[in-house]
Design a protein around this ligand. Structure first.
Ligand SMILES: *Cc1c(COP(=O)(O)O)cnc(C)c1O
Length: 421
């Protein structure tokens, strides 16, 4: 049944962001690039004296890597971070010249283009240093390397045992002029969890130990970096020279237990919206969606939302994921399908006013009383990161705000820019 707790009326026509030239499509994500810039500015301030790296991996956590990068740079980020080399090269292809660090590399991978494009690459083992030094010799350009030490996440990075060998390999390549060690870095395991503060301190201690070992071997890089979004916001000690913030740049909380986006002063940049494709009246006792996990209790209106797990709407939110319709939240009725979900609106005056074509919101800023990506994460038993990042390529992104206009990314500026590849 509908949950009547919520407040004002949402737009029943497309929000101003789309503008009159926006084509009618079943579903889309509005991305407010001014929010991205404002979040970057806030993080930059929270970082104290440290520089801000905006992490734009995985298509900018689903928001679009290039638009997110441009907005974050306008907001005060001076670095960009990605996982894959190809993600870094895509930023370069878009004309972005800011320093970019990429941290996923496998043996045998060609690093020539990345080194030629001046992309910084992380090395967790001597083979990675060798690969980058080889690319430097081929391109005639010094490879920029960040040596990664594992301080407790047990993911990337050399263990304390293997660290001296990695540093020695880098020192040798640096002496030869093939590489420049730009940074020494590590990644936090539990900065989002107030109960794990001791672990975060232990990781900061271990990074200091690794820096001392590197210095003893003659490697003293200009940049030390450790913090992710939760580190920037909650652990001053982890800020060092550079912070790598991802999720907070997009206005999603890195740590619901420490505070909502609003509590942290962050503005969610993405709103997932759709037009109802069908509204119809059915009687009591009708099974709804695959498996009939929802059955109508009385005569009611069913509304069809053209978004499903093929678009990244989590199937685990079947029966629970909230959708804002005419100012009220309704949980998804029954299972999330590949392309659609069904809502059971009830049979009161408000439900009777809902029409096919009305705009509904799965998540947005929350300021309109609507759900947030974090609400969907809670409904699906996951994290806000996954909700925005998994939003599929089928959903066009519509960029809005002054930053979007300046870069010709808004709907009026370029229809093509609305759709991710
Ligand atoms: C994804 C990632 C980040 C950003 O983390 P957030 O929690 O989104 O701020 C930083 N560093 C590394 C190594 C990452 O993989």
């Amino acid at each position: 049944m509908p949950d009547r707790t919520t407040t004002p009326t949402p737009p029943s026509t497309p929000p101003a962001t789309g503008g009159p030239t926006a084509p009618v499509v079943p579903a889309w994500a509005d991305v407010d690039l001014d929010a991205v810039a404002a979040n970057a500015a806030l993080l930059r301030e929270r970082a104290g004296g440290a520089a801000l790296m905006a992490v734009v991996k995985a298509e900018g956590y689903g928001h679009g890597a290039v638009p997110a990068a441009l907005a974050a740079l306008e907001g005060g980020a001076t670095w960009l971070g990605v996982a894959h080399l190809d993600e870094a090269l895509a930023l370069r292809a878009a004309g972005i010249t800011a320093p970019v660090l990429a941290w996923v590399l496998v043996p045998g991978q060609d690093t020539t283009a990345a080194v030629a494009a001046g992309v910084d690459v992380s090395a967790s083992a001597p083979w990675a240093v060798d690969a980058l030094a080889g690319a430097a010799r081929r391109t005639g350009r010094t490879a920029r390397v960040h040596l990664k030490v594992d301080t407790g996440l047990s993911r990337g990075g050399a263990t304390a045992h293997d660290w001296p060998d990695l540093v020695r390999a880098a020192a040798a390549a640096q002496a030869e002029g093939a590489v420049e060690v730009v940074g020494v870095w590590s990644h936090l395991a539990s900065a989002d969890d107030p109960a794990a503060d001791a672990l975060t301190h232990r990781q900061a201690d271990r990074l200091e130990e690794a820096l001392a070992v590197a210095a003893g071997l003659g490697v003293r890089p200009p940049l030390r970096h450790l913090a992710n979004s939760a580190g920037v916001l909650a652990h001053p000690r982890t800020r060092l020279d550079l912070v790598r913030a991802g999720i907070a740049v997009y206005g999603v909380t890195p740590s619901p237990v420490r505070g909502s986006a609003a509590d942290l002063g962050l503005v969610p940049a993405m709103a997932l919206r759709a037009r109802l494709s069908l509204v119809k009246e059915v009687g009591p006792g009708e099974g709804v969606s695959y498996g009939h996990q929802h059955v109508t209790a009385a005569r009611t209106r069913l509304a069809l939302v053209p978004l499903g797990y093929g678009d990244g709407v989590p199937r685990h939110a079947s029966g629970t994921g909230p959708v804002l319709v005419g100012g009220r939240r309704h949980p998804v009725a029954g299972r999330v399908c590949m392309d659609q979900v069904v809502l059971d609106l009830g049979d009161d005056a408000a439900a009777r006013a809902v029409r096919a074509g009305d705009v509904v919101e799965l998540f947005g800023t929350g300021a309109d009383g609507g759900p947030t990506a974090q609400d969907w994460a809670d409904a699906a038993g996951t994290i806000g990161y996954e909700v925005v990042t998994r939003l599929g390529a089928r959903v066009p992104r519509r960029y809005s705000g002054a930053v979007a206009r300046r870069h010709g990314l808004d709907v009026a500026g370029s229809a093509a820019a609305q759709v991710l590849p």
